[in-house]
Design a protein around this ligand. Sequence first.
Ligand SMILES: C[S@@+](CC[C@H](N)C(=O)[O-])C[C@H]1O[C@@H](n2cnc3c(N)ncnc32)[C@H](O)[C@@H]1O
Length: 203
Amino acid sequence: MDELLLTEKKKYEKIWQDKRYRSSSPGYKLAHLFFLFAKQVRGDSITDFGCGTGRAALRFLGRGMDVQLVDITKSALDESIKTLAHIDKRVQFVEASVWDLPQEVATTDWIYSADLLEHLPEEKIDSAFKCMASRTKKGGMLQIYLEEEPFGELIGETLHLTLKSRQWWIDKVAQYWEIVLVSPEAADHVRFCIFVGKPNENC
Ligand SMILES: C[S@@+](CC[C@H](N)C(=O)[O-])C[C@H]1O[C@@H](n2cnc3c(N)ncnc32)[C@H](O)[C@@H]1O
């Protein structure tokens, strides 16, 4: 395991011990946006990269999807989601970093990530997108937060490592996937979503 990966993993193992970090799940809250974009999903599969608590899985299961959850640390998962992944074949969890995905991370119809990408070190964004694009069949939703966040202070760490403009992210995503839609800045100037279609041919 490379040193940066280990450092990042330890950081998230620490922050996930703090109950306050578990108090909300953007991925769970924002899943309705994904369903507005991808209307026919019953029977399809989806990967939630940087799944955190894993709560978004409940939304996807509710629409008849199979769910693969990926996070740098298993300790992020809510206990109830750990149990679900244990007993329900429709839910799989893989502990891995998105910039170094093992073969066991399957390619799924859809991909989803909420408040993950800005957490990655800038030098790992290209490898992360390459890994994620190579696991995408139909498309997905990438939700990105553009500003600092307060929780890192709880453990004396910086959690948002790549703070860039909307346009920087759009240009970067366009190198790996066809961009179908970007949420308007007027809707929320801090959080925004890029809806992607199929990955580019070179991915
Ligand atoms: C702000 S939380 C978002 C969690 C979840 N998506 C949600 O919306 O509730 C960021 C998540 O990314 C995970 N993470 C950070 N770096 C990662 C990496 N390199 N690979 C996979 N997951 C990572 C963290 O453990 C954490 O669960």
